[in-house]
Design a protein around this ligand. Structure first.
Ligand code: G3H
Ligand code: 13P
Ligand code: ZN
Length: 345
């Protein structure tokens, strides 16, 4: 089966009341682990690549690996999505490469750091929709900036900007109407990476879990029941995975991620795409460290990449079950970019 437009995967998830994991990849082992997990749980799935991933894998390798993935598992609906596109040109490049979905992250300027104005965000998002939809390609946009609630942790914002960085539900409604995007990434206090909270217990100094503004999701869903929301920064950073890393020579101080319960609450209220990258990185690193530590005589990459792939597989299986996509791969006949572009027209 060819790659399917992400819009269909999200529409079907909305019908079925479940969420779909969007897993970041940089290499063959991650793609294989995701596809094996999708096959074994019978899940539709979204595979995504950041600009960093495209640079690392040199574009054509990723394209060919994705072709191999769809050939090996023809019964699994899978979309290939550009994560955090920073410009019209980057989105165009991903579309030319055969991606069936792109994110234009107009919440930030092209440097991926400086917050854009609302008007700038609307303008660049409209441009990407204008080039993607006539080709049947799905568009995800972002309103608000990721980062912790109290301290803007991970958002790269100044103290004055911190309170304004969450998604405003009234503005979200206007934004979706003005841009006609297929999916909206919302800022509710999550951030990327393994360290999602700068909050500390004043007495013990221990890190506390990030606080999330789930009410923003509830409110957006009330205003726009048909809007597919996306939760970024949604790794759970499981303690077991961090412990393995630390047990075998790593140094990762206390961390907290986003609980599966919080994600499931989001899914009940319109979240259809859940971005997970860090959890796979943790599983892979822990497995490799374990081999290096316990068997220092090993030097064949297969001796540590296979356990790494197996560890990532377990994370994907667990997430696919928790998000509810498991069991839904055969629910629908996958559509094509050609068919869906007629609907946009
Ligand atoms: O957007 C964040 C993802 O985890 C991708 O990270 O830019 O290091 O590939 P990356
Ligand atoms: P995590 O760092 O929590 O895995 O988030 C990944 C993400 O949002 C990619 O866009
Ligand atoms: Zn993200």
């Amino acid at each position: 089966m060819p790659l399917v437009p992400m819009r269909q995967i999200l529409d079907e998830a909305a019908k079925g009341g479940y969420g779909v994991g969007a897993f970041n990849v940089n290499n063959m082992e991650q793609i294989q682990a995701i596809m094996q997990a999708a096959n074994d749980t019978n899940s539709p799935v979204i595979i995504q690549a950041s600009r960093g991933a495209l640079k690392y894998s040199k574009l054509i390798y990723l394209k060919k690996l994705m072709e191999a993935a769809t050939e090996e598992f023809p019964q699994i609906p899978v979309s290939m999505h550009l994560d955090h596109g920073n410009s019209v040109e980057t989105c165009q490049m991903a579309i030319d490469l055969g991606f069936t979905s792109v994110m234009i992250d107009g919440s930030l300027a092209e440097d991926g750091k400086t917050p854009n104005s609302y008007e700038q965000n609307v303008e660049i998002t409209q441009k990407v929709v204008a080039l993607a939809h006539p080709l049947g390609v799905t568009v995800e946009a972002e309103l608000g900036c990721l980062g912790g609630i109290e301290d803007g942790h991970g958002a790269g914002l100044s103290a004055e900007e911190v309170n304004d960085h969450l998604t405003n539900p009234v503005q979200a409604e206007e934004f979706v109407k003005l841009t006609n995007v297929d999916a909206l990434a919302v800022a509710i206090g999550t951030s990327h990476g393994a360290y999602k909270s700068g909050r500390k217990d004043p007495k013990t100094g221990e890190v506390l879990p990030p606080v999330l503004a789930m009410d923003r999701i509830h409110e957006i869903h009330k205003r726009m029941p048909n809007c597919h929301m996306v939760m970024h920064g949604s790794s759970s950073v499981p303690k077991e995975l961090v412990d393995i890393i630390n047990q075998f020579g790593g140094k990762m101080p206390g961390t907290f991620g986003i609980s599966l319960e919080q994600i499931q609450d989001g899914i009940k209220h319109g979240v259809r795409k859940i971005n997970v990258d860090t959890d796979s990185r943790l599983a892979i690193t822990g497995a490799i460290r374990k081999v290096f530590f316990e068997q220092p005589n090993k030097f064949d990459p297969r001796d540590y990449l296979k356990p790494a792939r197996d560890a990532a597989y377990l994370v994907y299986v667990e997430r696919m079950k928790a998000f509810g996509q498991a069991g839904h791969a055969g629910d629908y006949q996958p559509t094509t970019l050609d068919a869906i572009k007629k609907l946009y027209a």
